[in-house]
Design a protein around this ligand. Structure first.
Ligand code: SUG
Length: 420
C-alpha cells in the first residue's frame, strides 16, 4: 500500500560542532562546543520510535564514511588512512573538520523525491542533492547516491545523480508537495533563494527546474517559488526552517516567501482543497520561528486522517511559539495534536525533526527492508550505538587518531549488523 515513509538519518559517530555552515545561526553559535555523538544518535532513534508509535512507517539511512579519506586523497594527501588524516589535520584543520562532518544525518538534504503519482513514467523519482554551496556537504552526494540506489533499487523507483554543482541543490528541504492524499497526484512546490543577501542562497532555481524536468513532472502542476530574502537573512538557510506541508495543508511563516499572495492564488487554483495556515509575525517573529524551529517540524497524518506536528523541545521552550501552538490545537483546524521531541544535539547544528528525515511516498514492500525500522531493530541499533559511538567530541579530539579508528569501527559494526 502506498504511504509516506520517513527515512531518518542515523546520526554518525563523528557528530561535532565545527561551525561549517555560514548562514546557519545555530551552527555558528555553537562553534567549538563539545558534542555528544552517542546521545545525538540515541535522540534520533528515540524520535524514530516516537513516529512509529504514532503509527507511521519509519526507515533510515546510514551515516557516511567519515573521516572522508578518499576525498582527502583527491586533495593530495597520501599514505594509509591514518597518514592521510594526520597530514590533513596538521596542514588544514578546517579542511579536516569538513572531511569529518556527520552532516549526512540531515536526510531532508539527501535528495528530492517526486512520488509516482506526479511523474509521467509512473515511477517515484529521487534526485540526489549536490549540496554544492557548503564544502562539507558538497562531498556527501556520491555516497548518498550509492545508498539511495541500494535502498530504492526496485523498478518502482528512478534514482538520479546530483545535478551539476554549478547550481546549488539542497534537496527536499526546499521542496513541498500538496495533495488530497499522499498517493494521489499533487502540486510540487520548489522553493529557491536569490543571491544578494548577507548569507548564501543555497537552493538555485535552475537546479530546481532541472530536478522537475528529470522527474517528468507536469509543468502545469509545478510551482517555482522564491524564498523571501528577509527569511534567508534571518537564518532560514533552507525553506523547511520557515514552512512545512503535508497533504492538503501548508503551514508557513508570513515572511517565508517573496510573494505569498501569488503562491496562495496558485494553490487555490491548482488544489482548491488546500488549507494554508500562515503564522503572522505579530504572533511569532521570524527570529523566534528560527530559534525554536517551529516550522522544522514533521507535519504528519495520523490514524483517523487528522494531522499532528512533531516539534523540537525548543519550540515548547519558546513562550510565543508555545502560546501560538496551544491556540492552534485548541482551534478547529486540521492540526489536532502537537508532540515535542528531544533532538538537541542535532538542533545545535541547525537540524530539527524535519531536517532529520526524507519523506518517500511509496509502497514499503518496494523498499530494501534493511533500510526499514521496527522496534526490534531499533533495540539492536541502540545497543550498537551505546557500544561504539563516542560519548563526546571537543575541538581537539578531531585530530586524535583514536577517534578516527573508533568512527571507522562504529560504521563497520553498523554495516555488519544490518548486513549491508
Ligand atoms: O546544512 N548543518 C546543516 C543543517 C541542515 C539542516 N537541514 C534542513 N534544514 N533540512 C546545514 O547547514 C552544521 C555542521 C557544522 O557546523 O559542523 C551543518 O552542516
Amino acid at each position: 500500500m502506498i504511504r509516506e515513509i520517513n527515512f531518518d538519518g542515523l546520526i554518525g559517530p563523528t557528530h561535532n560542532y565545527a561551525a561549517l555552515s555560514f548562514g546557519n545561526l545555530a551552527s555558528a553559535s555553537n562553534a567549538g562546543a563539545i558534542s555528544r555523538p552517542r546521545d545525538a544518535a540515541l535522540q534520533g532513534l528515540a524520535k524514530m520510535r516516537f513516529a512509529m508509535g504514532l503509527g507511521l512507517t519509519q526507515g533510515f539511512l546510514l551515516p557516511l564514511e567519515r573521516p572522508n579519506s578518499a576525498w582527502l586523497r583527491q586533495l593530495g594527501f597520501a599514505g594509509t588512512d591514518a597518514q592521510v588524516c594526520a597530514a590533513a589535520h596538521g596542514a588544514d584543520p578546517r579542511l579536516f573538520a569538513q572531511a569529518c562532518s556527520a552532516s549526512s544525518m540531515w536526510t531532508a538534504n539527501a535528495g528530492t523525491v517526486s512520488p509516482a503519482a506526479d511523474c509521467t513514467d509512473g515511477r517515484t523519482h529521487i534526485s540526489t542533492a549536490n549540496l554544492s554551496r557548503m564544502t562539507h556537504r558538497s562531498i556527501e552526494h556520491p555516497e548518498t547516491e550509492a545508498q539511495l540506489r541500494l535502498a530504492f533499487a526496485h523498478p518502482a523507483f528512478a534514482v538520479h545523480a546530483a545535478v551539476p554543482a554549478t547550481f546549488g541543490d539542497e534537496g527536499a528541504a526546499n521542496h513541498m508537495r500538496l495533495t488530497t492524499h499522499h498517493g494521489e497526484p499533487g502540486v510540487e512546490v520548489f522553493v529557491y533563494g536569490e543571491e544578494g543577501g548577507k548569507f548564501p542562497a543555497r537552493q538555485n532555481c535552475r537546479a530546481s527546474e532541472a530536478v522537475a524536468r528529470r522527474h517528468g513532472l507536469d509543468p502545469a502542476r509545478t510551482l517555482f517559488v522564491a524564498q523571501s530574502p528577509a527569511a534567508i537573512d534571518a537564518g532560514a538557510f533552507h525553506n523547511d526552517v520557515v514552512a512545512v506541508a503535508n497533504e492538503r495543508v501548508l503551514f508557513a511563516h508570513e515572511h517565508a516567501f517573496a510573494d505569498p499572495a501569488a503562491l496562495k492564488a496558485d494553490l487555490a487554483r491548482l488544489l482548491p482543497e488546500a488549507i494554508i495556515i500562515e503564522v503572522p509575525a505579530s504572533a511569532v517573529s521570524l527570529a523566534d520561528a528560527i530559534r525554536s524551529y517551529l516550522f522544522n517540524s514533521q507535519l504528519v497524518t495520523v490514524a483517523g486522517g487528522s494531522m499532528a506536528l512533531i516539534l523540537p523541545q525548543e519550540a515548547h521552550d519558546c513562550a510565543p511559539v508555545k502560546a501560538y501552538l496551544d491556540t492552534l490545537v485548541a482551534g478547529n483546524g486540521p492540526i489536532r495534536a502537537v508532540h515535542y521531541v528531544q533532538v538537541r544535539e542535532s538542533m545545535r547544528n541547525g537540524g530539527g525533526p524535519a531536517c532529520l528525515r526524507l519523506r518517500v511516498v511509496a509502497d514499503p514492500a518496494t523498499v530494501d527492508p534493511r533500510f526499514l525500522l521496527d522496534a526490534a531493530k531499533a533495540d539492536r541499533l541502540e545497543a550498537l550505538i551505546a557500544a561504539h559511538w563516542p560519548e563526546s567530541i571537543g575541538p581537539a579530539d578531531l585530530g586524535n587518531p583514536a577517534l578516527w579508528d573508533q568512527a571507522c569501527a562504529a560504521r563497520r559494526a553498523l554495516l555488519a549488523a544490518l548486513e549491508i
